[in-house]
Design a protein around this ligand. Structure first.
Ligand SMILES: Cc1cc2nc3c(=O)[nH]c(=O)nc-3n(C[C@H](O)[C@H](O)[C@H](O)COP(=O)(O)OP(=O)(O)OC[C@H]3O[C@@H](n4cnc5c(N)ncnc54)[C@H](O)[C@@H]3O)c2cc1C
Length: 428
């Protein structure tokens, strides 16, 4: 490839957001280049394990048939966990419920990249973009490995650590309370053992989140997702809490794996992958900073991740922001210029989309999830109440009194409980 060649669009990053933009732009027939620093597409990307399918189905006709899906999630579980016990709520759904699926992100992205290449786009791997080229305050391309690549528009899809746009003063660094750090392990086990231990039908998947013990009762949680022949387990903990409490994320992950509930599920398995990564915890997007002369910002770099407590959504939002960025480029192209003004249509597209509507609807969730007693007193108190109710002996007890006594032991009152429930109810 001749680095002097001018592209319509250069996309920095071959993650879900970059490939979403690339797919749509290639479909429109633009001449595009994706630059990915990983040696292979997918080699630098990590996630917990589940993707919501709706966004992909809207764009890719044969998605369900062709995508590398490991298991459709048919069981949703939420567990409160103390040092020794777990209390689990389960939603088990029928066979037609293809709402979300588990996959290996690397395999999934390689599949998507192949689709993008089949549409005629160039993907350059193993090359890191060092700098945005800026002339007269307009982004005109990128500098990568000493080569200058020119384009009408650069789409920044560089993920959670957007150094390029930070250096170009488009955004600031994340603050510790705005991000969490996650560790994930992939554990290999035979398919039938996974299905037996997790009570799954053939090719059914489970998505399970845990709160309490996995993060030593700090804001954050643990997760478990099943692939065909592997189980992903891991934890995510808010960075400010991890720093303040001098907690090692690796120790947390190890303790989580050793918890009796998890130990029984993964026993005999071998860890075949281990990775750590940051994840946005508090949505931090500024719609006016996501477009400029010759520039658009998508995905994690734009701050589009939703941690809703019972689930984390990043891949679907990243992919869709890429699609909207492609639409914005198309509209700017139709107007014959790629200025801040023409590309500002990206802001309108975002505002009209489910991305911003969802983020606004759930904007209070981060502060609710920041309530430390949710992870500590409540988890311990609720498990304790149920353990005592289920423990039958020769000591008669009135359940309501038992509940009040135990909640009191955990520094909780029924009024606290009502107040917190009301706060959650009013804000979700
Ligand atoms: C522990 C954890 C669990 C998660 N679980 C889930 C989940 O279960 N479901 C879900 O939907 N989301 C989950 N997420 C969030 C999800 O992974 C992200 O929101 C999503 O990957 C964002 O996509 P992206 O394309 O914006 O960024 P990324 O996936 O980070 O992709 C950015 C790409 O840009 C490349 N890049 C960066 N800088 C440069 C450069 N200078 N030059 C060239 N290339 C560059 C990187 O190598 C990378 O490939 C999780 C995240 C974490 C950390």
């Amino acid at each position: 490839m001749n680095s002097e060649e001018k592209f319509d669009v250069i996309i920095v990053g071959g993650g879900p957001s970059g490939l979403g933009a690339a797919y749509m732009l290639a479909k429109y027939g633009f001449n595009i280049l994706v630059i990915e620093r990983g040696g292979r597409i997918g080699s630098k990307n990590i996630f917990g394990g589940r993707i919501y399918s709706y966004a992909f189905k809207k764009i890719i006709d044969d998605f369900e048939k062709d995508a590398p899906i490991e298991r459709w999630v048919r069981k949703e579980r939420l567990s409160l966990m103390n040092d020794t016990d777990a209390l689990t709520l389960e939603l088990s759904v029928g066979n037609e419920y293809n709402n979300s699926f588990t996959t290996y992100l690397s395999t999934f992205l390689r599949w998507l990249a192949k689709r993008v290449e089949d549409l005629g786009a160039f993907i350059l791997t193993g090359v890191k973009v060092d700098k945005l080229l800026i002339e007269d305050r307009k982004v005109t391309g990128v500098l990568a490995d000493g080569d200058r690549f020119k384009a009408n528009v650069v789409i920044d899809a560089e993920g959670i650590n957007p150094i390029l746009i930070r250096d170009a003063r488009f955004r600031e660094d994340w603050k510790p309370h705005e991000v969490a750090v996650g560790v994930k392990e992939v554990i290999k086990l035979p398919k039938n053992i996974i299905e037996e231990r997790l009570n799954l039908g053939d090719d059914e998947g489970v998505a399970q989140l845990f709160i309490g013990y996995p993060t030593k009762y700090l804001p954050g949680g643990g997760f478990l997702y099943t692939n065909k022949e592997t189980i992903n387990i891991g934890i995510v903990v808010r960075l400010d809490h991890a720093i303040k409490n001098r907690i090692s994320i690796y120790d947390l992950a190890e303790d989580f794996r050793q918890h009796p509930y998890i130990k029984n599920i993964v026993k005999g398995g071998s860890v075949i992958e281990y990775a750590a990564h940051l994840v946005p915890e508090v949505p931090q997007y500024n719609l006016d900073k996501l477009y400029g002369d010759g520039l658009l910002v998508v995905g994690d770099a734009a701050g589009f991740v939703l941690n809703m407590g019972f689930t984390i959504r990043g891949v679907d939002l990243a992919f869709w922001s890429g699609i909207l960025a492609a639409e914005a480029v198309k509209k700017a192209h139709d107007e014959g210029k790629y200025t801040k003004e023409t590309l500002s249509v990206y802001k309108t597209l975002l505002e009209d989309s489910f991305i911003i509507k969802e983020m606004q609807l759930h904007s209070k969730i981060p502060s609710i999830l920041g309530n430390a007693s949710l992870y500590d007193n409540y988890v311990k108190g609720i498990i304790d109440v149920l353990k005592n109710i289920y423990a039958i002996d020769d000591n008669p007890k009135k359940i309501s009194k038992l509940m009040i006594d135990i909640l009191h032991k955990h520094d909780l009152t029924l009024i606290d409980l009502m107040k917190d429930l009301l706060t959650v109810f009013m804000n979700v």
